[in-house]
Design a protein around this ligand. Structure first.
Ligand SMILES: C[S@@+](CC[C@H](N)C(=O)[O-])C[C@H]1O[C@@H](n2cnc3c(N)ncnc32)[C@H](O)[C@@H]1O
Length: 238
């Protein structure tokens, strides 16, 4: 789904503009709507990445670079982060300089669906809260697969809808009221937080996403549900 259905511009253009417009408050609002858990999930994702002893890592839809920064702490490894939003990258670059990690990580403008890297060049690809925003999910995942080395690992962190009906009821109650409320209170772009909530409900999570990953060339896929299934980490091999 597009952030604004009434505009004729592509989803990609709308997403780029939307993240440009919320870049400054993005980190702060993320901490609020996840009750500070997002950093913990991102660390978990990066500890999975580290366990594969990677030397070259790519963080797609890196945004303000929380994940790229965590990956940059892996010894003897180099990380590249790419995103279509220049303003999100600006915030990320500042954090890299502040944390003195410029030797280990670099951020570049780049589109997940048309990556400017040769085939089979990364050991690990990570995508945190990004796949839901791709204009063409399959195209983006196939590109991730293309740039991974044989037996390379894709790690995706994404919102999901809890499978248990009771938990799902409370999840809908919470997400349909709290997230748009926080957005309207603190963000310049109220619509962005309505989109965030609605797109999370629409995204094919859990087993459906596993099947999309398989269609895009991945195997041995595992799901690690977090926060009662409201978020999941998917680990997939090329
Ligand atoms: C919700 S933010 C996630 C940022 C960061 N990964 C994190 O976990 O905080 C989604 C990001 O995906 C980026 N994005 C969406 N579609 C993209 C695409 N096709 N290529 C690259 N980045 C994209 C947006 O610009 C935005 O920065």
């Amino acid at each position: 789904m597009k952030p604004n259905q009434s505009l004729s511009s592509s989803k990609k253009t709308q997403i780029e503009n939307m993240f440009d417009s919320i870049s400054v408050e993005y980190d702060f609002l993320n901490r609020i709507i996840t009750f500070g858990n997002d950093l913990r999930w991102k660390k978990k994702m990066c500890s999975i990445a580290k366990s594969y002893n990677p030397k070259k890592l790519l963080d797609i839809a890196t945004g303000t670079a929380d994940i790229a920064l965590e990956l940059a702490k892996i010894k003897n490894a180099k990380t590249i982060g790419v995103d279509i939003s220049k303003k999100m990258l600006e915030v990320g670059r500042k954090k890299i300089v502040d944390q003195n990690l410029s030797d280990n990580v670099v951020l570049k403008s780049g589109d997940a669906e048309n990556l400017n890297f040769s085939d089979s060049c990364f050991d690990v690809v990570t995508i945190g809260f990004g796949v839901r925003n791709f204009q063409n999910l399959e195209k983006g995942l196939k590109e991730s697969c293309r740039v991974l080395k044989k037996d390379g690992v894709l790690i995706v962190l994404e919102t999901s809808v809890p499978e248990n009906a009771i938990i799902r009821f409370f999840y809908f109650l919470f997400s349909r009221s709290f997230i748009p409320f926080v957005g309207s209170l603190f963000s310049k772009d109220k619509r962005a937080y309505e989109y965030l909530q609605k797109s999370a409900e629409k995204f094919p999570s859990g087993k459906k996403f596993v099947s999309v990953l398989e269609d895009c060339g991945f195997k041995n896929i595992t799901i690690k549900p977090l926060m009662l299934g409201a978020t999941s980490i998917y680990v997939a091999l090329k």
